[in-house]
Design a protein around this ligand. Structure first.
Ligand code: HMG
Ligand code: MG
Length: 305
């Protein structure tokens, strides 16, 4: 039995961005700001707050500047935002993000649907974004969408993943996130994609971003832990989906990941009860129960005592 799992994991809560971007109902900026506040209260040190994308493409993120201006920053917490192009980064700068995310795809079809250009064009579009961010002292993370499957193309090979990883690395991107956008990955497939990222980035600069559509995300996280990967995105209450990946549900719920890691004795710094309360609160704001199994179990337990 392998005992060489990491002793510590960094969780990036992407709920305010990946979670809420897919909501059809308008969500006030104040609610998004409150969510960020509750996440940092729960001990999250990395929060993906919003994205500076076209409001015609993703109307829910149109208040990015207001949200970034409204958050009560806490020392030791890092705030990231998505910027698909120079226009997005220029708009993001006044919000002083600690990190920006450029997002490409391993599948040509998804690249076109999500950011309206080919993979090659996307890399060229990211070049000035990465240069400007680095010149401003802002860390740059890349997300590689559809790293194990695509809603339009179907299977995606590890070679296709590596092609984007290499393109991102050549731009000077500092961190590479491997994303299973539609949650079809299973452990061996995810490990094969991860391996390609690990060929080009150090293990501390590689992360997993697993949507839980088919209920495989925790198994995939465990498979990545076995490889030494110790940074994962997750979404409080399991919020979300992707507007350009029909049927995809949210990221793996942060509560579920913390419960798994607590059970493995892996430190996250996150207080599970406070996190579950944040998940219950935002779910109530959205008018539904939390998607998180752990969140629901903890709520039920509370109700019976
Ligand atoms: P485009 O239409 O090709 O862009 O969209 P354009 O440069 O031709 O501009 C068209 C219009 O958009 C212009 O406005 C621009 O000013 C405006 P108009 O003159 O028509 O009034 N525009 C912008 N406005 C605000 N901010 C901007 C911006 N850029 C242009 N940054 C574009 C290209 C990339 C902008 C568009 O496709 C877009 O915004 N896509 C975003 C899609 C998105 O947000 N998807 C979800 C996030 S990614 C994700 O969820 C995956 C991830 O979680 C990992 C995973 O799970 O896989 C990260
Ligand atoms: Mg995502």
């Amino acid at each position: 039995m392998s005992t060489h799992l990491p002793s510590q994991v960094t969780l990036v809560d992407v709920g305010p961005r990946d979670g809420l971007q897919n909501e059809a109902q308008p969500i006030p900026a104040a609610t998004k700001i409150e969510l960020v506040s509750r996440l940092q209260d729960a001990g999250l040190h990395e929060i993906e707050v919003t994205s500076y994308v076209s409001p015609k493409w993703v109307p829910q993120m149109a208040d990015a500047a207001e949200v970034m201006a409204g958050i009560a920053r806490r020392p030791g917490v890092r705030y990231s935002v998505l910027t698909p192009n120079l226009k997005g980064l220029e708009a993001a700068l006044s919000g002083r993000p600690d990190e920006i995310v450029v997002f490409g795809a391993a599948s040509e079809a998804f690249s076109r649907r999500n950011i309206n250009c080919s993979i090659e064009e996307s890399i060229e579009r990211f070049r000035p974004v990465v240069q400007l961010a680095l010149a401003q002292g802002i860390k740059v993370r890349a997300a590689v969408s559809c790293a194990v499957g695509c809603p339009y193309q179907g299977d995606v090979s590890a070679d296709e993943v590596e092609r984007v990883v290499v393109g991102m690395k050549a731009l000077g991107v500092q961190h590479c996130g491997i994303a299973d956008t539609i949650g079809v990955g299973t452990p061996r497939k995810v490990q094969a994609a991860m391996e390609r990222a690990l060929k080009h980035f150090p293990v501390e600069e590689v992360s997993g971003h697993f949507h839980d559509t088919y209920g495989q995300a925790l198994a995939n996280i465990y498979a990545c832990l076995e490889m030494g990967v110790h940074v994962f995105d997750a979404s409080v209450a399991g919020l979300g989906g992707c507007p350009y990946a029909k049927g995809a549900t949210g990221n793996v719920a942060t509560e579920d990941v913390v419960f798994l890691l607590n059970g493995l004795g892996i430190h996250t710094g996150v207080n599970l009860d406070a996190l579950a309360s944040a998940g219950a609160w935002i779910s109530a704001e959205l008018g539904r129960p939390p998607v998180s199994r752990v969140g629901r179990a903890l709520l039920a337990k509370k109700a019976t005592v």
